[in-house]
Design a protein. Structure first.
Length: 414
């Protein structure tokens, strides 16, 4: 009996060993988990550290974007996405420089002039009454136009009527333009400094015409929408958020975007007025591209600020692809994700830092392939990303018939 029991146990053990031999070994799962990285693995030296910031701790990847912990003179802030980090690094420098300004005398010496306020009175009214009254009525016309636009606007980030009346909003936009930053930034240290100095300027106590050399790296807000970049920067300087919305609504309507989609787009709190203006101008620049409502609807569903910025970056990539690589003919949705059609391919353009083969991404690829035959036919799918993919992701995309393009920023001018 003992021998029999021993034989049975050996047989059972053999079966278990055989079964183990056919199962995936430890560490060879079908899917990958998002990794934890170091800043040295993820970033060039200029983004890792400067006199105004440092990336501290480990870098967490969520399957698409890296989240960095950025230490600045004003505190520590999480930043999701390398492209957004590029913006935040510059904003940290500007915020630190502006924080050094502690009074009107210092700024007046730097700038030599003050920002023009909406209404000019006092000495000018006495010495040149005719010219002053004429300028004043022009100023009043612009002022009430802005107040009216503000009353009808729905953008959660629109300026207050008080800001329009005092000129603080205009001063903030002009200061941001000089510094090459977003007047509607969601980076608290910079937003606070812009508001502080703009408020003083509006009341006549501080100048905002600081020289462009005040901040290193030039004065251009990071916008990559073809030849419209400078005109778009000027628009952000000269128009309030409410006025931008009024202009944008008309342009989107002309593009055939449904009113309900336009309403949802402007009601979104995570898209800044700058994000919205860039998206509208980029879509306009694509000319007769079909189904632009697909992208607007997707943007209106952004549920976080990093996601909103990533969508803005995607449309900038699309604009650059259209200008430099191949004409875009239409927007399509595959696997629930907006992509674009060209004459020869379906193209997905994404600001992705590192792409492991996660269950979520694998499901998207499978769903996109299921949709492709009905939506786009036999056209191949090209997948363009600003970062890199894991070996498993690259291998599985190739097996799925996708063409992977990594680190595409330089090709698109980014």
């Amino acid at each position: 009996m003992s021998v029999l029991r021993t034989a049975r146990r050996l047989a059972l053990l053999s079966g278990v060993i055989a079964a183990m031999g056919t199962a995936p070994a430890m560490g060879q799962s079908k899917y990958e988990s998002p990794p934890s990285l170091s800043s040295k693995q993820s970033l060039p030296p200029t983004l890792r550290q400067s006199p105004y910031h440092a990336i501290v701790g480990s870098v967490q990847n969520d399957g698409f974007h890296n989240t960095y912990q950025m230490k600045t003179q004003a505190g520590e802030y999480p930043v999701t996405g390398t492209e957004l980090l590029r913006v935040r690094v510059k904003e940290a420098e500007v915020a630190a420089k502006l924080a050094e300004i502690r009074g009107s005398d210092q700024l007046l010496k730097s700038a030599g002039r003050t920002v023009t306020k909406p209404l000019k009175t006092g000495k000018d009214l006495i010495t040149a009454p005719g010219a002053t009254v004429k300028r004043t009525f022009k100023g009043v016309g612009r002022l009430f136009g802005r107040v009216g636009a503000s009353m009808n606007a729905t953008d959660p980030s629109r300026e207050s009527m008080i800001g329009s009346l005092t000129g603080a909003s205009e001063a903030k936009r002009r200061l941001a333009y000089k510094m090459g930053v977003d007047p509607y930034t969601q980076f608290p240290p910079l937003s606070d400094q812009l508001s502080r100095l703009a408020g003083a300027s509006a009341w006549g106590g501080t100048a905002t015409g600081v020289g462009l050399a005040f901040v290193s790296g030039g004065a251009g807000l990071a916008i990559s929408v073809g030849g419209t970049s400078e005109s778009l920067r000027s628009l952000l300087r000269d128009k309030s958020a409410a006025e931008l919305e009024k202009i944008g609504r008309k342009l989107l309507s002309v593009m055939g975007i449904p009113t309900s989609t336009i309403n949802a787009f402007y009601l979104n709190q995570f898209l800044t007025p700058t994000d919205k203006a860039i998206i509208v101008q980029a879509l306009r620049g694509l000319g007769g591209v079909q189904n632009r409502a697909v992208f607007v609807a997707s943007a209106s569903q952004a549920s976080t600020q990093p996601q909103a910025f990533a969508l803005r970056w995607r449309i900038e990539m699309t604009s650059a692809y259209n200008a430099k690589i191949a004409p875009v003919t239409a927007f399509v949705t595959l696997g629930g994700v907006p992509m674009v059609r060209t004459a020869n391919a379906v193209v997905g353009l994404f600001s992705i830092d590192y792409l492991p083969w996660t269950r979520k991404f694998a499901s998207m690829v499978k769903s996109a392939n299921s949709d492709k035959q009905a939506v786009t036919g036999p056209a191949p799918i090209e997948f363009w990303i600003t970062g890199r993919a894991s070996r498993k992701t690259a291998s599985n995309l190739k097996k799925s018939g996708w063409r992977l393009f990594e680190k595409v920023g330089p090709r698109l001018g980014g």
